[in-house]
Design a protein around this ligand. Structure first.
Ligand SMILES: Cc1ncc(COP(=O)(O)O)c(C=O)c1O
Length: 377
């Protein structure tokens, strides 16, 4: 028998979260961001549930091939564009739209032989200082691209650094709106946080207003049921549902007396008699090793906490709250590391990530290959 740990991908939640993103920006088309193997959920697994999107955005060419192999004929956008000249051949062959963020990518396009001009998204670095043309080089890049026979339509995009935080999007959005005001083409600005928090707003430029939702939104994390601005807001606030449940079972119990320690480094010491459960889940499954004592977990749907260090294949949990609630617990009891538990229990991945000093994105992407995954309708 395999170890009792497994992940379930909730297709219905993906569909609902997609509808939620669309409702936040009803006039925009939606790129479903499925990079990093759909944030760890599996591109093939999420495909049917997300095919109601207007396009798929990702960055690995092999992943783009997988989306086409599933029969998707609509738009696919390479969020980082091409990495080398021969990638353009695949773009031509599979009709991939691609981001252009630097002069080298324009150089490669200028040398590319194709009968089919490419649709490109010209990216502005409006302040994040990752990829993109800085504002005063942006128009020159547009002019260069526009002169190429290899280029069909040019869309305009930028990416926000602080859509989920206090700084917000105002300064970057204003820079983008002003620099692009008289350029033709569709626009795309908003990730999940910008969509959920600001999609109804508009940015003034010299000629009028640019809606933050623009022509295309690019939600990723919201589709998977994680709140982009946790802990300020949680998934209930944004009406999102977890798309992944990670669950396992208790494979042993221990009765501790005061002074007993638990796990490597004796990382937890009992101050009174207590019962703990040993769970088949460790950092080799993708559970964060840095999760401290007190990280929330559900056992038989009842919320309790981890105690002691996370080891490669096991974690240990406090069974006290179950005893207090009169809930039977022992060998084989169901443990929810995140997602949906029995008896209506819900533990968002954001809470676990927050306790471990990280974000839901990292935990979903880190789900280890040894964990079996199944899809639930
Ligand atoms: C360019 C771009 N657009 C959209 C997204 C989706 O962001 P999120 O998952 O925060 O919605 C990302 C993710 O990092 C991105 O790099």
């Amino acid at each position: 028998m395999p170890r009792p740990i497994h992940a379930i991908i909730h297709l219905d939640a993906l569909r609902r979260n997609l509808a939620r993103a669309r409702a936040a920006a009803p006039d925009a088309r939606v790129w479903a961001v499925v990079k990093a193997n759909a944030y760890g959920h599996g591109i093939e697994r999420v495909f049917e549930a997300l095919r109601g999107a207007d396009g798929f955005a990702l960055l690995d060419l092999a992943e783009a091939e997988r989306v086409r192999a599933m029969g998707w004929r609509g738009p696919i956008l390479l969020l980082e564009g091409v990495f080398e000249a021969r990638d353009l051949e695949l773009c031509s062959r599979l009709n991939l739209w691609h981001v252009v963020h630097c002069e080298q990518q324009i150089d490669m396009l200028a040398l590319h032989k194709t009968h089919q001009p490419h649709r490109v998204f010209l990216k502005m670095n409006s302040g994040m200082n990752r990829l993109g043309f800085i504002p005063h080089r942006f128009r020159a890049a547009w002019t260069r691209l526009n002169a190429l026979p290899q280029v069909d339509e040019i869309s305009l995009m930028t990416h926000f650094s602080d859509a989920d935080g206090e700084r917000g999007i105002a300064a970057q959005a204003a820079t983008f709106a002003v620099v692009t005001q008289d350029l033709p083409g569709e626009r795309s600005l908003s990730n999940s946080a910008a969509t959920l928090r600001f999609a109804g707003e508009s940015i003034r430029n010299g000629q009028g207003c640019l809606p933050v939702s623009a022509d295309w939104i690019r939600p990723g994390i919201a589709l998977y049921g994680s709140a982009p601005d946790f802990p300020e807001h949680d998934i209930t606030h944004w009406d999102l549902q977890p798309a992944m449940t990670l669950s396992s079972r208790i494979i042993g119990t221990q009765e501790l007396v005061a002074g007993d320690c638990v796990g490597y480094g004796s990382g937890f010491q009992a101050s009174a008699p207590m019962r703990i459960g040993v769970v088949a889940c460790g950092y080799a499954d993708g559970y964060p090793r840095v999760a401290p004592t007190g990280t929330p977990v559900l056992v038989n749907g009842v919320r309790t906490r981890t105690v002691g260090r996370v080891s490669m294949d096991m974690i240990t949990v406090d069974l006290g709250p179950l005893q207090q609630a009169g809930v039977d617990v022992g060998f084989g009891s169901e443990v929810t590391l995140w997602g949906h538990g029995p008896r209506g229990g819900l533990l968002s991945i954001d809470e676990v990530a927050h306790a471990a000093g990280t974000v839901g994105y990292e935990l979903m992407c880190a789900l280890a290959p040894r964990v079996g995954v199944m899809a639930a309708p």
